[in-house]
Design a protein around this ligand. Sequence first.
Ligand code: NAG
Ligand code: NAG
Ligand code: NAG
Length: 217
Amino acid sequence: MLNPNSRVLLLLFISSIFFACFPGLTSCAVVSLKSIEVFKTHEWLKVTTTVYFLCKGENKTVLPDVKKSNALYAFNGEESWQPLSNFSSKKCKRCGFYEEDSITSDDVFDEWEFCPSDFTAPNGEYIRFKEKEFNATFLCSECLSLASVDEHDDGKGMHIAVVVLLSALVSIILSLGVVGAYKFWQKKIREQDQARLLKLFEDDDDIGDELGLGTVI
Ligand SMILES: *[C@@H]1O[C@H](CO)[C@@H](O)[C@H](O)[C@H]1NC(C)=O
Ligand SMILES: *[C@@H]1O[C@H](CO)[C@@H](O)[C@H](O)[C@H]1NC(C)=O
Ligand SMILES: *[C@@H]1O[C@H](CO)[C@@H](O)[C@H](O)[C@H]1NC(C)=O
């Protein structure tokens, strides 16, 4: 059938599918930006500003529409630059809003620990507000299930898996034992029957007693 190499490849392929980030799967929660309003810009020389969102270790997401301060920008989540980011566990990320600066290093609106647990029911909304800087609303409905799913996984899940495995093993061994005992018992009965039959043919005198004719008549 398959040689060992292609089997390893198949296994890698399956596990990569399993661990890849699919929207809709609870193992990956997609975060989008619902609305943002910046209250001031840090660039004095330029008329427009370039605001971007960045999580440590990821690529920056420029918000192409956000050009002016004190204007509310609303998004439906399907914009070309969405989603902003995603979570694959309930672990937080270090993220922030920044403004590109043409002269010095980029200005920071805010940088904070962005956590799946920040998103609140019923819709999975999270409002991040920093006075005089910005007010942003994030949306991540999958974060709600992610936070609760992971809580059970933290060791309880492992524990349950071990218990299930052990009880499965015990019941397999038990049923094997029962089947074995039943087979053994059947064999014993058959041997006894054969022995009795042989005895019947050998000993004609006992026929009446053996068949219990005395009680029938
Ligand atoms: C960032 O973007 C570049 C170019 O699009 C891509 O090659 C790289 O893999 C991205 N890095 C991450 C961490 O997504
Ligand atoms: C999740 O984030 C990673 C890294 O930023 C990215 O490569 C991947 O495409 C994202 N997945 C989705 C479904 O957005
Ligand atoms: C921030 O924006 C949201 C959505 O637009 C709004 O409901 C909320 O009242 C705003 N908060 C502040 C402090 O401006």
